[in-house]
Write a protein that binds this ligand. Structure first.
Ligand code: 3HC
Length: 309
């Protein structure tokens, strides 16, 4: 039996492909691309929320937000480790991100203008990420699937804390309710864009579904997110910024209006509100942390030397 036969048999049987197994170059390549993008998104995603740690309204909210941002860093490290099992180094991935050759999720190029944005990010952005990541727990590549199990557990806390922020604002003053509505107006459509372009325009979906890297398509995941989120928004008393939003009794789904794919592609291609600032801040942090990496490497080499002496 050839490596390819074994690979196809593994995919067919819904088993997991492991790092030492034979895999098509294209399978390896798209996994490196997607897992790296996922990891980059977790790390860059720390910036918009980190922006509000010093301005959280209470000590408890500050503690919760710090814990969430630290979780995101951990998710990034987990996913970089999964990417490394495919034969790519973390340094290489950082270089590809810093030089624009690899992406991160478009959502993180939008500004966080008020405390309500932190609630909207937890509820909508982490909510969308959970819908996507629950499906990815069934992805065919073992290390990626296992990373998703741990990450999904923590994402649930992220979404709950965001919803809790908005629930508090929804029960507050007129000004607090207006702040909440303004944040939902700005974050609703970019959150729907997180699931990627429509299936008909998706470069990778067909092959990724065949290899069971993806188990659910972009449009199906988007629909799942809309169906679960609209009732939650009704409970908050928010109005979604979509005059075409309507419940279809026939299908049991919430139907949305047209997404502005020009905006999506502009942001993906680097012309979002904060693309340049996000990468500049990331490069500054990477360069500023070089001494820590060098010290840790020097120490590890010294310990290894002592062990082998
Ligand atoms: N932002 C940036 N680029 C995007 C994008 C987005 N929201 N959606 C799609 N793209 C890019 C793709 O990378 C691809 O470009 P490439 O060929 O140059 O890589 C192109 O648009 C075509 O899109 P496809 O649908 O063909 O691409 P995929 O098959 O990769 O599907 C995806 C896109 C659904 C986002 C998929 O990559 C995926 O599931 N990724 C893993 C999950 C992830 O990355 N989530 C991002 C957020 S993580 C997060 O939110 C953390 C939370 O804790 C806050």
């Amino acid at each position: 039996m050839t490596g390819e036969d074994r690979f196809l048999e593994t995919i067919e049987a819904d088993d997991k492909v492991e790092p030492r197994d034979w895999m098509p170059d294209g399978y390896r390549k798209t996994l490196i691309r997607q897992i790296a993008q996922h990891a980059h998104s977790e790390v860059i995603g720390m910036q918009p929320e980190g922006n509000w740690i010093t301005r959280a309204p209470t000590l408890m909210r500050k503690i919760i937000l710090m814990a969430k941002v630290q979780d995101e860093a951990g998710h990034g490290l987990y996913l970089y480790s999964a990417a490394e099992t495919l034969g790519v180094s973390r340094d290489e991935l950082q270089h590809l991100l810093h030089t624009g050759k690899q992406k991160y999720s478009s959502i993180f190029n939008y500004p966080t203008l008020s405390w309500a944005d932190i609630g909207a990010i937890g509820w909508l952005v982490d909510g969308a990420a959970i819908v996507n990541q629950i499906a990815l727990q069934q992805t065919s590549y073992g290390p990626y699937a296992r990373a998703m199990v741990k990450i999904c557990k923590e994402e649930s806390f992220h979404a709950r804390q965001g919803y809790s922020i908005l629930l508090a604002l929804s029960r507050g003053s007129e000004a607090q309710r207006a702040m909440m509505q303004d944040a939902v107006d700005r974050w609703w459509w970019p959150s729907l864009m997180m699931f990627g372009p429509p299936d008909a325009e998706s470069t990778h979906t067909e092959q990724s579904m065949e290899w069971k890297i993806k188990r659910v398509t972009n449009d199906e995941l988007r629909q799942r997110f809309v169906d679960q989120t609209v009732p939650q928004g009704q409970h908050l008393g928010v109005t979604f910024p979509d005059p075409d939003l309507a419940y279809d009794e026939g299908t049991g789904h919430w139907m949305i209006g047209d997404i502005d794919w020009d905006e999506f592609w502009a942001v993906v291609k680097g012309d979002g509100r904060l693309n340049r600032e996000r990468i500049a801040a990331k490069v500054r942090a990477w360069e500023g942390g070089a001494w820590v990496r060098e010290a840790a490497t020097a120490y590890a080499e010294k310990v290894n030397l002592r062990r082998t002496a």
